[in-house]
Design a protein around this ligand. Sequence first.
Ligand SMILES: [Zn+2]
Length: 396
Amino acid sequence: MRLYRASRMFDGTGAPLIEDAAVLVGDNGRILEAGPASDVSARGAEVIACEGTLMPGLIDCHVHLCLSGEADPVHQIKTEPLARTAARATGAMYRYLTAGITTIRDLGGIGGIPVELGKMVTEGNLLGPRVVSAGQVICVTGGHCYFMGREADGRDEITCAVREQVRDGADCIKLMATGGVITPGSQPGAQQMAYSEMEAAVEAAHGLGRKVAVHAHGREAIRSALEAGVDTIEHGTWLDDEAVAFMKANNRFLVPTFSAAIGILGGRGMGVPDEAVDKMAVASEAHAVSFKKALQAGVSIVAGSDAGTPLNPHGSLPGEVRAMMEHGVGSLNALASCTGRAAQALGLEDVGVLAEGYVADIIEIDGDPTEDPWALSLVRRVVQGGAEHRSLSLPL
Ligand SMILES: [Zn+2]
């Protein structure tokens, strides 16, 4: 047993920080007790004194391990050998762990790479975060990200595509409801997947116990997706009042992915295709308005960096949390969005919170993240399933 004592702790629920806190970790890798140090029994455990803030391992709800995060990842994934994509994705896994990110949801890759990397972590054969993988994205023929997706049209074929992903190890399903910024010739606002197709996908996925994430920018497609029963809306660029009210009433999650916009908008003249920058410039203005609406209505917001997209490197989650705060999210709400609430959105019942019975995924960061969101970048310690990663090259 080990007892971590720290001057501060964020428990992942969104409750205020606890001063002089402690977490008791059992030999089975689970948390036995957590809370104010005076309430936690030492039980003869090895005591580890931490100077920083303890919090749950971070959760990034939207990444693409197979995309490089360089200026034009679309060109890369279309042209490079699969072995290179796999090698780069493997390197990204290590980067997540050193950034204190112990769980990621990969929303679309190729060649079964994210699924296999996740399995290797579970087996103990690779250092990296837990991976909740969507397998390949499902899009209509020629739809957004068709170059890395499973194209399918009509209810029957989409049902088949969902079942294929689950057969091949997917933990969740990703649909492309609209066009997107990084696919040449594609319009973000335009609906691509029909309501009936999304309805069939959700029925098949939920029947197999898998949640559904949907890439959706345009108003009509967002409403179709919500009515079809999807669990998380990715991006949510043009949200109207009706969609926001529906999300709040039905507890659907919004993953705003500000980092994707920041990377692309800053990339003109740096190799990011001009078409993508132009499309993002239009979308991001609408996105800010939509996000404010959702925030004010009390929609559940979770953090996803969309890492792998242009100039959006793996491990960029702290920047996403900071961007959320800049768009008006309170600090405790923002911290819950990358810990406890993120786990809820992913359907993970025993991670994301520091409390009895949860998996001991714990990080120590330097400073107080409610005062300075960049504290999330200053990782001193990473504990995963109760195991201390002493060999990682951490920022601190
Ligand atoms: Zn994405």
